[in-house]
Design a protein around this ligand. Structure first.
Ligand code: CUA
Length: 155
């Protein structure tokens, strides 16, 4: 193969790869409903506990079957660390960190977010089947990082 044909082949190959990546992205966003966390707002980290809704963390039913869970990431706990909901519930998690960067991953779901000081994280997920999901902090946040976990109980 001469250099020109080789170059052409590589151009086609890289173009094809770009197309494949685009298709994979579309498949993930449309097909699997994978969403990037939206721009949910900012907050003054030192005033988190005085700023609504974080002055009152917990689970609230906003309409039948729809919930809001306000959760704080604090080294090294989630507050609250247990969410209990009936199967079929749609839960919007509204979260932030009071100190350092924490992770928020709900095992067995697509919920995988970061809690960043100064930023509000908002993720919505529908829990269809009964069961227990472990919530883990998957960002190293200090000496007790491995003990930072919670639970979603779907009844
Ligand atoms: Cu919080 Cu690791």
């Amino acid at each position: 193969m001469n250099a020109e044909r080789m170059e052409k082949a590589f151009l086609i190959l890289s173009g094809g790869l770009l197309g494949a990546f685009l298709l994979a992205l579309l498949f993930a966003t449309v097909g699997h409903n994978i969403q990037l966390p939206g721009k949910a707002g900012t907050i003054i980290p030192s005033e988190v506990r005085q700023t609504p809704p974080f002055d009152n963390p917990g689970l609230r039913e906003i309409e039948p079957g729809r919930y809001e869970a306000v959760i704080l990431g604090i080294a090294w706990i989630f507050q609250p660390d247990e969410i209990r909901i009936p199967a079929g519930s749609e839960v919007t998690f509204i979260m932030t960190s009071t100190d350092v960067i924490h992770g928020f991953n709900i095992e067995g779901t697509i919920v995988n977010a970061m809690l960043i000081p100064g930023q509000i994280t908002r993720v919505t997920h529908t829990f269809r089947t009964p069961g227990e999901h472990l919530i883990i902090c998957h960002e190293y946040c200090g000496i007790q990082h491995h003990t930072m976990y919670g639970k979603v109980i779907v009844e």
